[in-house]
Design a protein around this ligand. Structure first.
Ligand code: SF4
Length: 339
């Protein structure tokens, strides 16, 4: 059994059943998630008998850094190995006011979005919560950081195809017994899995929601994001309006700029209609090239021209300066090099 697969209530329950004080759960989690210790014998504030019991009954699940690729812009892409030898990628993105880790939630991804390198890998398996949160812990340790301030679920995989473990991971990242990262500093990014958006409504943490939209024109979206056939733009809009009305939280719309494909006047008009009735921030991401993907990145004047059109919409618009492009750690470029 893996000790850090438990959440705090489950661990307290196990302690009670084993004749131990449930309040020890908090101490154990501090060692596991704050100090990042992997040997229960070194949990010095626990009685030796309990340390031995933990050692004999549990394994501590840790992911490990296999390689780190440093980009000229300060970001670092990590190749991370899981206990079964599978690998995922995570990216550390330092900025003046924040230190963000972009985590993976699946090994590969089954959704095959047309502009995404991860989709080309196919899908192997979902990650467990401790494997997701473990990416943040291991990166923090590797870089000797005091803390990570933000986490985005924008690495490999679609978090809402692995909703239960994703939400458990959010709990570990957020709770004071875990990594203590503010809920509003955690962003879940989805291509529009409506069932996941609905589950998020029932979740007690006020995390941010990002939607990878890329176009609000149904036929075009089906080509770029094939899962749009199952979750059409019209149903997605309904779900987001409902989300916005119930939470009053602004939604971030991620929009990968594919020149001459999704930057037409029609696209801008459809986007405006789609966002009507909610508060949104549009984050434009110039496409990051990849040798196996059939798109070109936009030229600077194309980005400028598209931004001018987007500025006419009554929403905030930002341009994401891609980090880590030189080490293929930028958005849409994550793929273990076996494809
Ligand atoms: S963009 Fe996201 S959902 Fe689409 S294939 Fe890539 S990882 Fe999967």
């Amino acid at each position: 059994m893996i000790l850090n697969e438990f959440d705090i209530k489950e661990l307290a329950g196990w302690l009670r059943k084993s004749g131990e004080s449930p309040f020890r759960a908090r101490q154990i989690f501090k060692w596991l998630w704050q100090k990042g210790e992997s040997d229960p014998l070194s949990f010095t504030d626990l009685p030796m008998a309990l340390r031995e019991k933990l050692t004999s009954q549990f394994e501590i699940g840790r992911v490990k850094v296999v390689e780190a690729f440093r980009s000229g812009d300060g970001s670092v892409k990590f190749l991370i190995e899981l206990l079964d030898g599978e690998k995922v990628e995570s990216v550390f993105i330092p900025e003046a006011d924040r230190k963000t880790v972009c985590v993976s939630s699946q090994v590969g991804c089954p959704l095959r979005c047309a502009f995404c390198a991860t989709g080309l890998m196919g899908f192997t398996r979902n990650l467990k919560a401790w494997e997701i949160a473990g990416q943040v812990l291991v990166i923090r340790k590797h870089l000797g950081l005091e803390r990570v301030t933000n986490v985005v679920f924008m690495g490999m995989g679609e978090p809402f195809l692995n909703t239960e473990e994703t939400l458990r991971a959010v709990r570990i990242l957020n709770e004071p017994w875990g990594l203590g990262i503010g809920a509003r500093k955690i962003t879940l990014s989805t291509v529009g899995i409506i069932t996941g958006i609905r589950k998020l409504l029932a979740f007690d943490k006020q995390v941010k929601l990002a939607l990878s939209l890329h176009t609000a024109i149904q036929e075009k979206r089906e080509k770029l994001v094939p899962i749009a056939r199952q979750y059409p733009v019209s149903a997605l809009k309904e779900a987001l309006i409902d989300y916005y009305e119930r939470t009053r939280r602004r939604i971030t719309v991620e929009y990968v700029h594919l020149p001459e494909i999704n930057d037409t006047d029609e696209d801008v008009e459809a986007l405006g209609e789609f966002l009507n009735g909610m508060k949104a921030k549009i984050n434009l991401i110039p496409f990051n090239p990849h040798p196996k993907l059939p798109f070109r990145p936009p030229a600077e004047d194309e980005v400028k021209a598209f931004l001018e059109k987007l500025y006419r919409l009554p929403h905030a618009v930002t341009l994401r300066k891609s980090k880590g492009r030189d080490v293929r750690g930028a958005c849409g470029q994550l793929a273990i090099e076996r494809i």
